[in-house]
Ligand binder design. Structure first.
Ligand SMILES: Cc1ncc(COP(=O)(O)O)c(C=O)c1O
Length: 369
């Protein structure tokens, strides 16, 4: 008897849906809305980056090469030996796919620190991994890294430990000394530094890759560099490990335009500094403006988003989101956690959008400026 198509799927992929971000779909359908929900950069690409895009667009009749020039530039910026320490991808999400593929077999465990970015769970599950979620600690109205909890979660089946630094959505960093014990375990440790440029590369753990073969750093141009729609990410690690992981790359995974525009972005450090300053000033402005609301907790952020818990005000995050929607603002909802349903997150927008957001939230809570 013939079997059904369903009987042929790998058991652990059955029912996994396509990833569709409803709020991003909405924002593209209705460009008049204020997209303050997806950790994008409100500033458009610099002229230098645009010039590179146009220049290389004219050469897209040709296949791209393996990106040695941009990989060399990344190596220089991060003080590692050379392109052999760098693998590039179509956004850091793809880089996660490549890394996970090279380690995970069904039944392996991946440790993540929640709440955190969703791609680890999405790719881990697709490969049949068991996601082990260790919650951050919520204390003194702050979300804190639980390095001891993460360490306790390690078992014989642990294949990967992933630590976003700073974390999304909490926006804070783990103390640097707490990375060493994880590096010492020999278990693949991935430090996701998607937002590190907002605080500067001095906050990076990249130097660990020189001492520990099992440490990989991931980065993206989607955030501080402001090129989310271009799709460019990378990982830095020991050359032997990069060589092995690169075995999973699809040929020509990074197109000619993103590859050379990325180089232009790395060379335009002035453009980056401008974006970082704009963002960090806006984070201060929003955090200070809203901290006057009684019972409204602002998680200090070193990234381009801020997480709030308004549970103690008696309002829910969902209610804030609904009110903001009436003003054309899309925010990011958060699940109920730590006994509070007051969580929500904002992404930094333009100056006008940030003011509109602040005024909207103050108005919602009935607080005068
Ligand atoms: C912590 C973290 N890592 C990685 C990414 C993915 O970035 P991309 O795939 O655009 O490089 C994001 C995006 O929001 C993120 O928050």
């Amino acid at each position: 008897m013939t079997k059904n198509i369903e009987d042929y799927y790998a058991p652990w992929v059955k029912g996994i849906p396509m990833y569709v971000s409803e709020h991003i779909e909405l924002a593209w359908r209705k460009p008049e809305l204020h997209r303050m929900m997806s950790n994008e950069n409100p500033l458009p690409p610099s002229d230098k980056v645009l010039e590179a895009m146009f220049k290389y667009a004219k050469m897209t009749n040709r296949y791209p090469d393996q990106g040695l020039v941009v990989r060399q530039k990344i190596a220089e910026l991060n003080n590692v030996d050379g392109p052999q320490n760098v693998m590039i991808g179509n956004g850091s999400s793809e880089v996660y796919d490549n890394i996970f593929r090279m380690f995970i077999t069904p039944g392996d465990e991946v440790i993540q620190h929640t709440p955190c970015f969703g791609i680890y769970g999405l790719r881990g599950t697709l490969l049949g991994a068991k996601m082990v979620s260790v919650p951050m600690i919520y204390k003194d109205n702050l979300l804190k890294f639980d390095h001891e909890g993460l360490m306790k979660a390690i078992t014989d089946k642990t294949k990967i430990i992933v630590i976003p630094n700073p974390n999304n959505p909490s926006g804070n960093y783990m103390d640097p000394e707490h990375f060493i014990p994880f590096a010492e375990t020999g278990i693949p440790l991935i430090v996701d530094e998607a937002y590190v440029e907002y605080a500067g590369l001095g906050k990076s753990q990249v130097q660990l890759t020189k001492k520990y073969k099992n440490v990989l750093i991931t980065r993206t141009l989607s955030k501080a560099y402001g090129l989310a729609g271009m799709r460019f990410g990378y990982t830095i690690g020991h050359e032997d490990v990069i060589k092995q992981i690169a075995g999973s790359l699809l040929p020509w995974n990074v197109g000619t335009i993103p590859m050379w525009a990325a180089l232009a972005a790395f060379e335009d450090q002035e453009g980056l500094a401008e974006r970082v300053k704009f963002n960090n000033d806006a984070v201060d402005y929003i955090s200070e403006s809203l901290s006057v609301i009684p019972g409204f907790h602002v998680m200090p952020s070193k990234a381009n988003y801020i997480l709030f818990d308004c549970g103690e005000t008696g309002k829910t995050g969902k209610e804030v989101l609904e009110y903001a929607e009436t003003k054309g603002i899309i925010l990011r909802g958060e699940s109920k956690k730590y006994g509070s349903d007051g969580w929500f997150r904002v992404t930094i927008g333009s100056k006008e959008e940030n003011e509109l957001f602040v005024n909207t939230v103050l108005e919602f809570f009935g607080v005068k400026k």
